[in-house]
Structure formats: structure tokens, C-alpha cells
Design a protein around this ligand. Structure first.
Ligand SMILES: [Zn+2]
Length: 231
């Protein structure tokens, strides 16, 4: 019933994980770690093209996400398909994340930092918050969901959570050798990056990755707020 993976990335929209953690994912998969993606929304409002139908955009963005995941050697992509811009902190959404955590039993969960101030996409804030709650205490506690237990989904203790987009980073990951794969994976999201000239995105990403690596003995990094779970 359970298909263990060391890492579960829980992303609000298709493409957020590529911005946030793809360089680190590429390094993990090179080290033969199993990485799973869970994509919470279908991203069907992510366009300024008024001739685009939301259903068509959903289909395109799933294909783009699958292509990016394939490049990064992600084992599996799960689409939860909530409509874009509709995520709420509901018992149903929380339980869905708990179910996935118990099913895949990851040591590391990666998601968006919910505590970024002011302008932050509501789906990002909700995904981060619900994921943190799902990790602790809901996935861990025996009596949280008797029905999940009946389905054979045992409680699971996640060891660490990495939050991207944090204003308070305390952990950096060396992506110098995987930066080009991150960029290629990001560029799989054509519907999102096509409106920008590619070189500018590369320049911007490289600049940010350099800033995140400041003070380290390597060139490029992704930065996270890392939470270790002891209890
Ligand atoms: Zn997003």
C-alpha cells in the first residue's frame, strides 16, 4: 500500500517547485533519492491570454509539470487538481496532505514558506500552512484519522521540512552543478515563462542563486527555512 520516498515536494501550482527547489531535487535524484511531487492546484488561472480556456490551461500545465519532473528524475507526480486561487485551510485539504505523507513516508517535506509577509500568493500561504499542520501533529498522531488507519495508513514522523520563498532562510543547498537542470526544468513551463525573454530569466535566477550562496565556498544555492522535527 505504501510506496516510500525520501522526499515529498508539496507545491501550490505547477512551476513553483522548479523556482523553489529544482536544483536541490536534481541533486537528490542524482544521489538516487526518491522524490515525489504533489501539485495542489491545477494552475488554471495562470495566464494573461484571454483566448485561453481554463480547462486547456490545466491540461497544458500538467504536461509542463510532467516534463519538468521527468527532467529532474522525480519518481511520481500527484495532481490534487484544486482550482487555482481556491485553496483554503479546510479539514479535507489537510487530510489529503496527511494521506499522502502517510502513504509515501518521506523523511523530508518541501513546500512554500507560509510566513512570507504582505504580498504572497494565497495558495502559497495556505499550502505551506496546511502542510506544516499535516506534518505535525496530524500525520504523526495515531488517533488523528481512524479511517486512514483502517486503510493501512500508519502514522508517520517527518524528520525535516524545508520551506522555499522564506524571508528567514537558515539553510542553503549547493546547486552549482545542477543549476542548468533547474533552468531547463523551469523552461518546461512554457505557458509561464514564454512571456519573458529566456535569457533574462536565466540572468535573474543565476543572480538570486549567487546571492543565496553568499559566504559559502560554492557559487550557486537554493535557500530555505529548515525546521527539524524532534518530537
Ligand atoms: Zn505559485
Amino acid at each position: 500500500m505504501t510506496k516510500k520516498a525520501q522526499v515529498m515536494v508539496i507545491t501550490p501550482h505547477p512551476d513553483d517547485a522548479e523556482y523553489g527547489v529544482a536544483g536541490t531535487v536534481a541533486r537528490w535524484t542524482r544521489e538516487e533519492k526518491d522524490v515525489i511531487y504533489a501539485v495542489c492546484t491545477n494552475g488554471n488561472k495562470g495566464t494573461s491570454d484571454t483566448s485561453m480556456k481554463p480547462e486547456e490551461l490545466t491540461r497544458i500545465r500538467e504536461q509542463e509539470q510532467l516534463a519538468a519532473a521527468k527532467l529532474l528524475a522525480v519518481r511520481e507526480v500527484i495532481f490534487l487538481r484544486y482550482p487555482d486561487q481556491t485553496l483554503e485551510d479546510t479539514p479535507e485539504f489537510r487530510k489529503e496532505i496527511v494521506r499522502l505523507i502517510r502513504m509515501y513516508q518521506p523523511e523530508t517535506v518541501v513546500t512554500a514558506d507560509p510566513y512570507r509577509r504582505y504580498i504572497w500568493h494565497r495558495d502559497h500561504r495556505i499550502t505551506g500552512q496546511v502542510t506544516l499542520d499535516a506534518v505535525f501533529p496530524y500525520a504523526r498522531d495515531f488517533f488523528s484519522y481512524p479511517d486512514l488507519l483502517e486503510q493501512g495508513l500508519q502514522p508517520h514522523k517527518v524528520k525535516e521540512v524545508l520551506l522555499w520563498g522564506s524571508e528567514d532562510p537558515n539553510y542553503r543547498s549547493n546547486i552549482t552543478d545542477t543549476f542548468s537542470i533547474k533552468l531547463a526544468a523551469l523552461y518546461c513551463h512554457k505557458s509561464q515563462v514564454e512571456s519573458h525573454p529566456f535569457l533574462d530569466i536565466e540572468k535573474w535566477l543565476r543572480h538570486r542563486a549567487k546571492e543565496m550562496a553568499e559566504g559559502e565556498d560554492y557559487e550557486l544555492a537554493e535557500a530555505f527555512h529548515r525546521v527539524e522535527i524532534w518530537w
